[in-house]
Design a protein around this ligand. Structure first.
Ligand code: MRU
Length: 349
């Protein structure tokens, strides 16, 4: 399995996703500040991977601290959490992971723990999140794999694979599982301008698994659907609101509209840590605006005239009405999502 991120005695080792697919290189983050930089620069990206990276970042901050006790460490802990929370605003998994670390730290503080215990406990919590993430991907993969056709083309957008999680993937986990179930799936990967997660990352990891994959430019999906070459769409999510609206990589909304027009099922696969019931609808989801350079340049080469206006929102919101089902590790949810999400949340508690 691809090692997206791994805890080592020296720090956290990340596969450098900005260099894939041409170079397989790794970056070692030895401080929490470096973890924050790695998230901002998209060396690591994808909502679940961002969340677990931040949890390890908090643990790393504790390990590097000279504090003697939870009490001493408390102001530094707040600073570490704030720095990591300030990296990418859309993926709710980031805030979910930091909140979970905060709850663990609150108990350590209340019990007057020594620093060695703080360090061990925070690291153990990050390890637990890592293991849970892979398990969630495998479970949602099995649920979602059963929904895909026995054979046919499946379109995906961006990269919601092993590289976006701790392993196996959400949308690509669904595809992997369908293939493991013996289905004949041909993946069409949207290249996903401007950062090219589809062309670079989805293509790379599916080829490593021997899953037949064709990269298409983002503007080719409609034509392929019209030609009957796509039987299902499956994508990931960065944040799912209480009514089922969800944010994912810019361009996902286009694909959802196209799928509806062509009568093609459109699935969203995500772990429960991506569901944000505190945000009522997609309108409340903050959308990250990234540097114009991602649009104006490619591979260091300028593509656009000097001074032209540039817009670079990293995500868009797909309204729930376009979503055939939301696939989670707790089960497959159908509309109306306000009810099904609420029910599933209560069942799991
Ligand atoms: O900007 P990115 O590459 O972090 O965006 C990633 C996506 O949009 C993914 O589809 C989403 O995070 C789900 S990853 C399992």
């Amino acid at each position: 399995m691809i090692s997206t991120l791994a805890w080592t005695p020296d720090g956290i080792r990340f596969i450098n996703q900005t260099k894939l697919p041409l170079e397989e290189t790794y970056v070692l983050a030895t401080t929490y500040e470096q973890v924050a930089d790695v998230i901002v620069s998209m060396v690591v990206r994808g909502a679940p991977a961002i969340g677990v990276s931040a949890a390890y970042g908090v643990a790393l901050g504790a390990l590097r601290s000279n504090a003697a006790s939870a009490q001493d460490f408390a102001p530094e802990f707040e600073k570490i959490c704030a720095r990591l929370a300030g990296t990418r605003p859309t993926a709710v998994n980031l805030f979910w992971a930091i909140d979970r670390m905060k709850r663990v730290f609150a108990d350590l503080l209340a019990s007057g723990s020594a620093m060695a215990r703080v360090q061990d406990t925070l690291l153990a919590e990050a390890h637990a999140m890592y293991d849970e993430d892979i398990a969630a991907c495998k479970t949602m993969g099995a649920f979602g794999g059963a929904l895909l056709p026995q054979s046919g083309g499946v379109l995906t957008h961006c990269n919601a694979g092993a590289l976006a999680t701790c392993g196996y993937g959400t949308a690509l986990g669904v595809i992997r599982s369908a293939v493991e179930q013996g289905k004949q799936i041909h993946v069409f990967a949207d290249e996903t301008r401007p950062f090219l997660q589809g062309a670079r990352l989805t293509a790379w990891e599916l080829m490593a698994d021997g899953i037949p994959t064709t990269v298409i430019c983002d503007n080719m999906a409609a034509s392929l659907m019209q030609a009957g070459r796509i039987q299902a769409v499956v994508v990931g999510a960065d944040r799912i609101a209480a009514n089922g609206d969800f944010a994912n990589k810019i361009g996902t909304y286009n694909v959802a509209i196209l799928a509806k027009e062509h009568g093609i099922p459109f699935y969203c696969a995500a772990p429960w840590s991506t569901i944000d019931t505190a945000t009522a609808t997609g309108e409340g989801i903050p959308i990250e605006e990234r540097s114009p350079v991602e649009v104006t340049h490619h591979g260091g080469k300028q593509l656009t005239p000097h001074g032209v206006g540039i817009c670079n929102p990293a995500f868009d919101v797909t309204p729930a009405k376009y979503v055939t089902a939301i696939i989670t590790e707790r089960g497959v949810l159908r509309a109306p999502y306000t009810e099904s999400l609420k029910q599933m949340e209560m069942v799991a508690v």
